[in-house]
Write a protein that binds this ligand. Structure first.
Ligand SMILES: [Zn+2]
Length: 329
């Protein structure tokens, strides 16, 4: 299974990182796409789950001295309120990561959004350390949206802090402050909802960041959209991890320009699929599909589209979706 069971004693490490970026236009003696950000700060809080509650355990904080992007990018400077001189106070990345990894133990990592684990893995790979985290990861953002009744929309951690009226006594966008706020939101989610429901949502949404969870397919050019949709069908047949035939949980249906389905591999869990047919410059059609291990947001998405399809058919609900909603799906 890709997700992890949560029982009394399960630990969570809520973490946040800041990273510096390459200077635009500057030449570097390495491939910048292999290091789109260099981590300069990690902040984390450890909790243990016990009897329906999250109990705070410990705090971790470290500054890292960058060796590739040693001057702060103006955007990072603005957002994090850091100065170039601050970068000198950090320790080497390898040392910082070793300490952080020790702090994590066997905990489930929790972050806001999914970019932190990928950035961490990118830095590990670039600096020739083992990129396997050997930890599960939970993106708290869609969990917050689910329990706040704001499904399908992406909110900042500050919006979640406001939602629960959490004291804003620290400036956002330092790794320590954002980890602290994310932890506070996590605690509130448990306080305001049935723990069993929270546990069920987070167990089904935690992913293993060491295995690919997202797969894509771009089909050949076709003369019409129906043939274009047909080219994507083979891509959805087998589990992308083990090759075994997928079971259908919600059979594929088309609403407006997208086709959705929910599939399942007995061993690896449930997969969300979406295919869109697009038109290229020559006027030909082609399919663009994604297949990914379903997260809370995906379950919600496929269920709400299915409901709309059952009610209104292929054309969907008459009122057009706002641009923002479309973007978020
Ligand atoms: Zn499989």
């Amino acid at each position: 299974m890709l997700s992890r069971k949560i029982t009394d004693g399960t630990e969570f490490v809520v973490f946040d990182m800041e990273w510096n970026q390459p200077m635009p236009g500057k030449e570097y003696p390495f491939d910048v796409s292999k290091l789109t950000g260099e981590i300069i700060e990690i902040g984390a809080l450890k909790y243990v789950y016990d009897n329906g509650e999250l109990i705070y355990q410990d705090t971790f904080s470290t500054d890292i001295a960058p060796v590739k992007y040693t001057k702060l990018h103006y955007h990072v400077k603005k957002v994090t309120h850091k100065k170039n001189a601050d970068l000198l106070n950090g320790i080497p990345f390898k040392e910082a990561y070793t300490k952080f990894r020790k702090f994590c133990g066997d905990a489930i990592l929790v972050g806001w959004g999914s970019s932190d684990p990928s950035m961490l893995k990118m830095n590990l790979e670039f600096f020739e350390l083992d990129p396997k985290l050997n930890l599960f990861f939970l993106d708290l953002q869609p969990i917050f949206s689910l329990f706040a009744g704001l499904q399908g929309s992406q909110r900042s951690v500050e919006a979640a802090v406001d939602f629960y009226n959490i004291d804003k006594n620290e400036i956002f966008h330092s790794a320590n402050a954002d980890a602290h706020y994310t932890g506070a939101v996590f605690e509130e989610i448990f306080k305001h909802n049935k723990p069993s429901e929270v546990i069920s949502a987070i167990s089904s949404s935690s992913i293993n960041p060491d295995v690919p969870s997202d797969f894509s397919f771009v089909g050949p050019e076709c003369l019409d959209s129906i043939s274009a949709f047909a080219t994507s069908q083979n891509f959805m047949k087998d589990c992308p991890l083990c090759g075994k035939k997928l079971n259908v949980k919600i059979s594929s249906f088309r609403i407006r320009k997208s086709q959705y389905a929910l599939l399942e591999c007995r061993e690896h869990g449930e997969l969300f699929s979406r295919t869109r047919v697009k038109k290229n410059k020559a006027g030909n059609y082609y399919a663009a599909s994604v297949l990914r291990f379903a997260t809370q947001n995906d379950y919600w998405l496929v269920a709400s589209k299915k409901e709309e399809f059952d009610k209104f058919g292929e054309k969907g609900a008459p009122a057009p979706k706002t641009e923002e909603e479309e973007k978020e799906t």
